[in-house]
Design a protein around this ligand. Structure first.
Ligand code: ADP
Ligand code: ZN
Length: 293
């Protein structure tokens, strides 16, 4: 069986490791995301004595995942210091002459969840992460969604909650979804970290209000068969019943499907792959490279 090298390039840490074609993890290490020079030196060092057939790389965005594009393989204009216009795949290609597949971490996670996780055997699956940022990936008819570039579904515009005076903190849009509902926005609005606010119902009610609106829009646009929500903020499990309730109320019976009307507890769910969804997502990307080999 082929061995897949996988890199999950995150804003806080890079997870590097090896996996199999059926999504099993063989080995993994965590490397802090500092500068490209420092971080990539450790990535290269890790894989130096490893044997593998292909590599899957899932990255925080924005990136250029479009094959044939001049900046294919780059992390593009990110507010993250040092990483703007960084040729991530170009750097890896200098050292490893294997087929590579590159996409967003969340597109990879959506694919992995549709193969091996909560969306097993479904062809239309969304994966949303609510963490330091908000990202969403989608598998549509069995394929990761890509157009001009990857979708940017964490930056959509939402109706403001009537009691919310927070101005928003997205460096591009201020009060887009990420600016209003990612972990750092919760911390700025309420003056404490998310996990310290666990017993404050109004915090999670407002959070669910924003996340549910986004989910409703995703349902109306993409008609996913399963919506999977992960990331640090979703560790607040009380969000799930609130989101499900707001989604049902707001759709108001319009989408006449039992998944939404009767069985929403199994429609909007935590990742089947748990905290590994991102890394296993990169293994899934590697499997795509294998299929194209
Ligand atoms: P990243 O997005 O950097 O990959 P995470 O998904 O862990 O990492 O997200 C980190 C964000 O999630 C931080 O803003 C943090 O405050 C928030 N967070 C982490 N754990 C929890 C928790 N148990 N409850 C609420 N918020 C949390
Ligand atoms: Zn934004």
């Amino acid at each position: 069986m082929a061995v897949i090298a996988a890199v999950e390039a995150g804003g806080t840490k890079f997870i590097c490791g090896l996996g199999t074609e059926d999504g099993k993890i063989i080995d993994r290490v965590s490397i802090p995301t500092t500068t490209p020079e420092e971080t990539m030196a450790q990535v290269i060092e890790y894989f130096k004595d490893k044997k593998f057939d292909v590599m899957g790389v899932g990255s925080f965005g924005p990136i250029d995942p479009v094959k044939g594009s001049k900046t294919y393989g780059y992390i593009t204009k990110t507010p993250k210091p040092y990483w703007s216009d960084y040729n991530l795949i170009g750097e890896l290609k200098k050292y490893y002459d294997v087929p590579m597949e590159f996409d967003t971490d969340v597109n990879g996670a959506a694919l992995a969840e549709s193969w091996w996780g909560a969306g097993e055997n479904l062809k239309n699956v969304m994966y949303i992460t609510v963490g330091t940022g908000i990202g969403a990936g989608a598998v549509v008819d069995g394929k990761m969604l890509q157009g001009l570039t990857h979708p940017e579904m964490g930056h959509i515009f939402l109706k403001r909650h009537k009691d919310d005076k927070f101005e928003g903190r997205c460096p591009f849009h201020k009060d887009c979804m990420e600016g209003m509902a990612a972990g750092p926005a919760i911390e700025d609005r309420w003056g404490k970290k998310g996990f310290e606010l666990a017993d404050r119902d109004e915090v999670w009610d407002m959070e669910a209000y924003y996340l549910a609106q986004a989910v409703v829009n995703y349902i109306l646009i993409l008609s996913p068969q399963k919506i999977i929500m992960g990331g640090g903020v979703m560790k607040q499990k009380q969000l799930f019943p609130k989101i499900r309730k707001y989604v049902q109320e707001s759709l108001n019976g319009y989408v006449q499907k039992k998944e939404i009307l009767e069985d929403i507890d199994n429609y909007i769910v935590y990742p089947g792959l748990g905290d590994e969804a991102g890394f296993v997502g990169s293994i899934a990307l590697g499997k795509i490279a294998l299929e194209q080999k």
